[in-house]
Design a protein around this ligand. Structure first.
Ligand SMILES: NC(=O)c1ccc[n+]([C@@H]2O[C@H](COP(=O)([O-])OP(=O)(O)OC[C@H]3O[C@@H](n4cnc5c(N)ncnc54)[C@H](OP(=O)(O)O)[C@@H]3O)[C@@H](O)[C@H]2O)c1
Length: 334
């Protein structure tokens, strides 16, 4: 059966009987740890690097914190919830030298396995348990009685229990309330990266920035240009999230809809070759190799690109617009 699976159908036993080390206590790590514990999976240790700023937070949340070496040595199962670009270094320096035979590995994104950053040995269950959304939402939705949709996959089943473990893990972080589906590492990695690069982050920011620049070049004030190309994105995103694209179109003015239908085609024609190049780049593992190489150079490329974004005139306009809205809200403006 291909799912969806819901929590009542999933046995948490394969998880509760294992000692679990969670590496990383960032957005996903913290949410996973809190949800797991609330679901009765309490044999958990948080593994953090020396000097980690997350240590006080994990301890304040009541978790035992250990070094990576110590936590890995005492675990039956490791959930690697650290930044993807660090997975190879963490595997080589901490997991491979300390793992007991038969220890399993869970990742929450297909990146490091699908792009061959790691090559766990044949005694290692290798599983994907991906809650689809930002880490903070894993906890926030759980606290409201819900959960995020989850996808599981097995890269290697050494114990014969890998699928059961992956599904139990997803159920225990709340995904069993929204639906748990099978996938493959390849599918999850490409879909996630293409989605964030071409559409949700890179694509959306490129369109917003281009729109802002064109409006300013046409003599529109930066404040107005920001509002119409960036600030209002939230309202459209909320409508699409709640109703889909067709439902969003039904909820906006006919003028906006008519014009949008007319330009969708030419915009798609223009970006198609770029999207096709992204698919090739990601599928071939070239993006992963560039990103890990940049990580090895202390993220020099990322820092350079981040600085360029910060200096764009759109940011100053945004500060003004958001500042004015915030002052109005807290009563400091009349
Ligand atoms: N499935 C999905 O839809 C989805 C969505 C978002 C993210 N994810 C995945 O979730 C994972 C974590 O993402 P996140 O958003 O939680 O990241 P995050 O908030 O940046 O947290 C990363 C954690 O990793 C730790 N870390 C980073 N480098 C490390 C190293 N070299 N050694 C030891 N620990 C290290 C950090 O330690 P410190 O606390 O010491 O800094 C931090 O606790 C990634 O695999 C990401 O792809 C999946």
């Amino acid at each position: 059966m291909s799912g969806p699976f819901y929590e009542a159908e999933i046995d948490l036993g394969p998880l509760k009987t294992r000692r679990l080390a969670l590496i990383g206590y960032g957005n996903h790590g913290r949410s996973h740890a809190l949800n797991l514990r609330d679901m009765g999976v309490d044999n958990i240790v948080i593994a953090l690097r020396d000097g980690s700023p997350s240590r006080p937070k994990a301890q304040a949340d009541g978790f035992t914190v250990e070094s990576l070496d110590q936590a890995v040595a005492g675990a039956d199962l490791v959930a690697l919830l650290a930044a993807d670009e660090a997975h190879k270094q963490i595997w080589d320096d901490h997991i491979a030298p300390n793992r007991p035979d038969g220890q399993g590995l869970i990742v929450c994104h297909g990146f490091s396995i699908d792009y061959d950053m790691l090559d766990p040995p044949s005694d290692c269950d290798v599983m994907l348990a991906a809650a689809k959304g930002p880490g903070g939402a894993v906890r926030a939705s759980f606290e409201k009685g819900g959960g995020l949709v989850g996808f599981w996959a097995v890269h290697r089943d050494a114990s014969g229990e890998a699928a059961a473990i992956a599904k139990a893990y997803l159920a225990a972080i709340g995904c069993g309330r929204a639906g748990i589906y099978p996938t493959s590492f390849k599918e999850e990695a490409l879909a996630d990266i293409l989605g964030e690069q071409a559409v949700l982050v890179g694509g959306m920011c490129a369109l917003a920035r281009e729109g802002f620049e064109q409006l300013v070049a046409a003599g529109i004030s930066e404040r107005m240009a920001y509002i119409d190309t960036v600030h209002e994105l939230k309202y459209i995103a909320d409508l699409i999230h709640e109703r889909g694209i067709h439902g969003m179109y039904a909820a906006i003015s006919d003028t906006a809809e008519f014009g949008a239908h007319e330009v969708e085609g030419p915009i798609r024609d223009a970006v198609r070759p770029v999207f096709q190049a992204i698919v090739k780049d990601v599928t071939a593992g070239d993006f992963a190799r560039r990103w890990v190489a940049d990580y090895d150079q202390q993220r020099a490329g990322l820092h350079r690109m981040r600085a360029a974004v910060k200096d764009h005139p759109l940011e100053a306009a945004g500060l003004q617009v958001r500042g004015a809205v915030a002052r109005r809200k807290d009563g400091s403006a009349t």
